[in-house]
Design a protein around this ligand. Structure first.
Ligand code: ADP
Ligand code: MG
Length: 711
């Protein structure tokens, strides 16, 4: 009718447009869900879960396990009595992005029916029924709720990754499930199931169950369903660990992927990756590119290099969109990888190995794999735990190339010669075999599991690593002479930080400088606050100088944080919060500070400040008393002390290793007599990073348990 047509205002048109689009998106999502390989076996999976208390599900990456199974279970009535379906992920990025996706698929706001929890961030509510979280977070939850009683189903996802948290969780869940299947915590103690692990373990399991019991005697418990999901085709290890548990396989969909190798080994894989990105962009047909890099620094440096080269291409070739994804990227930015590129643009995703199996990014046709990965290693003889960059395993290389063939035939460019592939290790060593166990031991002890050696690990850690990690906890005052958790140890276990950082906060509250230490620890918890692009090295050094403290990097980081805080507060006085934050990003850029890292540090700071306050630690400032703060640093980081040698290098006192101050440190040229450091990085040399000057005599005074009898 004419009258209606004339009534149609622009606003209504807009609304109608939005509505149509909304329906379109929902339909698209429904279509996508139905087309996933896992959708064909929904009914069968529900039956299997009903029949089996422990089920192992193996399925190729991208088949829909992580996003779909929890929804099937929810619809299948597994939350009927208010129980929650918990899904653990080894990586925070996966927990966050998948939760967002599933909330959208369910048509609910994030944090309502579908939510997530990661360290320093809780996006759940009392109505949350599907909760994605990191494996580390569920372990922490066990401290407060030893039976994990709010969960009706727990899915340990990405179990093939074999992170130390996943491994420990499996042991813990095995016990929790046993207890809960008997209905009441009393029963386990008396009627302990005679089991599969032989006489000795059986006895030790008994001790562990008894200890867990102390927390929660006599409570009525409902049974727990346990599902272990893995992308590795070998389910045997999990099945055997759970006493011959049933394993089912979900068929994936994989198109052929052409694998290309270089003729020669590449000396600079960053450069090689950069060249390959442009080669694909200029010579290959449409399709997005996924590049596997080892960390934030590499990703950001390639991001900059691509941006710099783009303007040099002919105008028509500049439609390249670079999108980074790594763990400490703010979560709202992480979702960008899933958005389709604008028409005519090619997306280049620069990712760490989170894109290997944890998250599936649509649209990828080309994969660039330099064959490297950053891993934590542990040397039990020295007690050091450097992050090093090593070659991937064959399994990882295959997972990476597989990412190119999810939606159609693809290509994978391995930046090494073919014969190198055959020399790679078949699979990655589980993290529990190559990490410092002090954090895990602290948590197990806090759960009442005192017999660490007797714990039913899926794969036993080295005895030497256990001993060394216990020694570290003892020196930090977390354990008593009889290896029980001390009062300080209990406090340390409550903080979501590495034991040394937790101890630093506790010590700082005694030194009256907790306000400063909270900032220092938050800043140390993020990667690379400063950046120094090669072509602007001088300018970045000048910028750094305005914050730098002659006492070292810890105080320098404190100065940066405070300066940024001051800037932000001032800015907020005259502009809106959004504008002020935008100004802060500009300020960061001018000062060669990584605004993403700073933002992350600010978030961590507010969280650990809350934790400290909840624990009753006194948050006071030492004001201008720098000496006090330095002494507190010595009292906290004494395990990482080093003394200058006549040749200008340093000897790390607890490990005996020869180390050098990293060139990024403000003390690089100053070379004081005695230092403490935050971490040791091993490249071609042993470097120590985040270094501060201390007085050697303070060590004996403040850490007599370590240094009294030395020298
Ligand atoms: P699996 O766990 O078996 O590897 P997922 O459940 O993670 O599989 O992924 C299933 C599908 O969902 C994939 O095709 C993936 O591209 C898609 N998907 C996952 N997260 C998102 C997202 N945030 N946005 C768009 N698609 C997504
Ligand atoms: Mg998955």
């Amino acid at each position: 009718m004419p009258s209606m047509a004339s009534n149609t205002s622009d606003k209504t048109k807009q609304l109608n447009g939005t509505k149509l689009d909304f329906f379109g998106r929902r339909q698209k999502i429904e279509q996508h869900r139905k087309a996933l390989p896992i959708a064909t076996v929904e009914k069968r999976l529900l039956e299997e879960v009903s029949k089996n208390d422990i089920l192992i599900i193996v399925g190729e990456t991208g088949s829909g396990k992580t996003t779909q199974l929890p929804q099937y279970l929810f619809n299948g009535g597994f939350c009927r009595n208010g129980g929650i379906i918990g899904i653990t992920q080894p990586r925070r990025v996966a927990a966050v992005t998948v939760a967002k996706r599933v909330a959208e698929e369910c048509g609910v706001a994030l944090g309502q029916k579908v939510g997530y929890g990661i360290r320093f961030e809780d996006v759940t509510s009392s109505s949350t029924r599907i909760k994605y979280m990191t494996d580390g977070l569920l372990l922490r939850e066990a401290l407060l709720d030893p039976y994990l009683s709010k969960y009706s189903v727990i899915i340990v996802d990405e179990a093939h990754e074999r992170t130390v948290h996943t491994d420990v969780l499996l042991g813990l869940l095995k016990n929790v499930q046993k207890t809960r299947s008997l209905g009441s915590s009393d029963v386990v103690h008396n009627g302990h199931q005679k089991g599969e692990n032989g006489a000795i373990l059986e006895k030790e399991n008994d001790i562990q169950s008894t200890n867990i019991l102390k927390h929660n005697q006599g409570k009525k418990l409902s049974p727990l369903k346990l599902i272990i999901m893995s992308a590795s085709l070998d389910a045997k290890i999990f099945s055997e660990y759970f006493g011959g548990a049933r394993a089912v396989h979900v068929q994936g969909r994989q198109y052929p992927v052409d694998i290309l190798y270089t003729h020669q080994p590449e000396t600079d894989y960053i450069d090689a990756a950069l060249i390959t990105i442009f080669q694909i962009h200029l010579e290959e047909g449409p399709g997005d590119v996924l590049v596997f890099l080892t960390g934030q620094e590499e990703i950001e440096s390639i991001e900059r290099l691509v941006q710099e080269r783009l303007p040099k291409l002919p105008e028509s070739k500049r439609k390249l969109l670079v999108i980074p994804i790594f763990a400490s990227l703010p979560s709202e930015k992480q979702m960008k990888v899933f958005m389709p590129a604008p028409v005519g643009f090619r997306k280049v995703i620069l990712a760490t190995n989170i894109a290997e199996t944890s998250v599936t990014i649509p649209g990828i046709k080309y994969v660039i794999d330099p064959g490297m990965v950053k891993v934590r290693t542990y040397d039990a003889s020295t007690g050091i735990e450097p992050l090093i960059i090593v070659k991937t395993s064959k399994a990882q290389a295959l997972q990476r190339s597989g990412r190119a063939g999810r939606e159609g035939p693809g290509k994978c460019y391995r930046l090494y010669p073919e014969n190198e592939f055959y020399k790679l290790k078949d699979s990655t060593t589980p993290e529990i075999k190559r990490c410092n166990l002090s954090n895990v031991i602290l948590q197990l002890k806090a759960l009442g599991i005192d017999d660490i050696v007797g714990f039913d690990f899926i794969e036993e850690p080295d005895r030497m690593a256990i001993i060394k990690s216990m020694e570290l906890l003892f020196l930090l005052g977390a354990l008593t002479d009889s290896s029980k958790l001390s009062e300080v140890g209990h406090q340390m276990a409550r903080l979501p930080l590495d034991p040394i950082y937790s101890k630093a906060l506790i010590v700082a509250s005694q030194f009256n400088c907790l306000e400063e230490m909270l900032i220092v620890v938050a800043m140390l918890s993020v990667e690379s606050i400063f950046y120094a692009p090669r072509e602007k090295l001088e300018e970045s050094r000048t910028a750094l100088r305005s914050f730098s403290s002659p006492e070292g990097d810890h105080l320098t980081l404190l100065n940066v944080y405070r300066a940024s805080d001051e800037f932000l507060e001032k800015s907020k006085l005259v502009s809106s919060k959004e504008k002020a934050e935008k100004n802060l990003r500009k300020w960061c850029k001018e000062n060669f500070i990584n605004s993403r890292s700073l933002k992350h540090a600010r978030d961590i700071h507010s969280q650990i400040r809350r934790n400290a306050e909840q624990m009753g630690l006194r948050v006071t400032s030492c004001g201008d008393d720098i000496l006090l703060l330095r002494r507190c640093l010595a009292a906290s980081f004494f395990l990482n002390a080093a003394l200058k040698q006549p040749d200008g290098t340093y000897r790390a006192l607890s490990s005996g290793l020869m180390v050098q101050i990293h060139p990024s440190s403000v003390l690089f040229r100053m070379k004081p007599e005695c230092i403490i450091f935050d971490e040791l990085v091993r490249t071609n040399q042993n470097y120590v990073r985040n270094v501060s000057r201390i007085d050697f005599l303070w060590l004996a005074e403040l850490a007599p348990q370590c240094y009294a009898l030395q020298e």
